[in-house]
Design a protein around this ligand. Structure first.
Ligand SMILES: Cc1ncc(COP(=O)(O)O)c(C=O)c1O
Length: 306
């Protein structure tokens, strides 16, 4: 893909999605999302395609799998931001396995954390080789690994054959150990997330002023990364909850509304609507039953004032 290619991605996502596009020398082109799933659809991408389009980035928002097959029909390479989608499954396949390249986040608030860091899955052998070459300052193998590889005539293992500039993006062994321990209990962590999600769904089902998030389609699995409701008077609700010591946030302030990307005149109605009425309420495995009850009751109390 030539430098300066356009990468189409949803505006309703975390900033790093667009920042990496710019850092790689390309142009982020923002698209809208479906108001119900908060995920990007083929139609959202299609209207942004130009002769400069080089790839599409999809985001499994909150861990709800994107309908990747229909987007793939457009014929562009697909980069999947699976930051929320550890444990998500689409049509029986883990999210991240269907795209050309997928990236997971293992940061502190994610379903599987190593403190800070991430993972990558790639389909193509050439890309795997390149990723392995780049990830340690572009030198490929450490001197120790090179010395051990025992190639005949490799008497100067400290000499590198660097072909591209890159930073150090290796996980530490400590992070690896934490990740393995997290993997051992991921089913348990996910079961807790699902229980909390189900309580919210049940408790808010008959609350007319709250629009609850959609469930995964049959054959798919949600990761329950975040529980994002849509409500009138969203800002007032967020402040009321904060006064009651409940932290909520908007995930995410649409990226096209930031001056850096020079697309502020673009109209993406669903992202802009979400910017006004969406709110992620707490959902993580450390919430107690009392916490969940307090969150639900406080939200319902706020509703009495509407
Ligand atoms: C959709 C999305 N993409 C990417 C990231 C970045 O992940 P990290 O902070 O591990 O780089 C996040 C983090 O919250 C995210 O929500």
């Amino acid at each position: 893909m030539p430098k300066g290619s356009e990468i189409i991605l949803p505006s309703y996502t975390w900033v790093s999605c667009a920042q990496v596009v710019l850092l790689a020398g390309h142009i982020p082109v923002f698209c809208d999302v479906d108001i119900k799933t908060m995920n990007v659809r083929k139609i959202d991408v299609e209207v942004q395609v130009s002769e400069k389009t080089g790839a599409v980035m999809i985001v499994d928002y909150a861990g709800l799998p994107v309908e990747i097959e229909s987007i793939a029909e457009l014929g562009f390479p697909i980069i999947e931001d699976a930051a929320h989608a550890v444990y998500s499954v689409h049509n029986g396949v883990p999210c991240g396995a269907l795209a050309d390249v997928a990236i997971y986040s293992f940061d502190a608030v994610k379903n599987l954390t190593v403190g800070e860091g991430g993972g990558i899955t790639v389909k193509n052998e050439e890309v795997i080789t390149r990723v392995k070459m780049l990830r340690y300052c572009g030198i490929g193998k450490s001197g120790f690994e090179a010395a051990q590889s025992g190639t005949k005539g490799n008497t100067r293992w400290w000499e590198y054959n660097i072909t591209e500039p890159f930073i150090k993006m290796l996980p530490t062994n400590i992070a690896g150990a934490i990740g393995l321990a997290q993997l051992n209990k991921i089913d348990e962590l996910q079961a807790t997330r699902k229980d909390i999600w189900d309580v919210y769904q049940r408790e808010f089902a008959d609350v007319g002023w709250i629009t609850t998030p959609v469930e995964a389609a049959s054959g798919d699995r949600h990761s329950y990364f975040t529980y994002c409701i849509r409500v009138p008077k969203r800002d007032e609700l967020a402040h009321y909850l904060l006064e009651n010591e409940i932290y909520t946030t908007l995930r995410y302030h649409p990226l096209h509304m930031n001056p850096l990307y020079k697309q502020m005149d673009k109209r993406l109605p669903n992202c802009e609507k979400l910017n006004e009425d969406a709110l992620s309420i707490p959902l993580h495995p450390r919430l107690t039953e009392n916490d969940v009850e307090k969150i639900i009751n406080t939200i319902k109390e706020f509703g009495k004032k509407l």
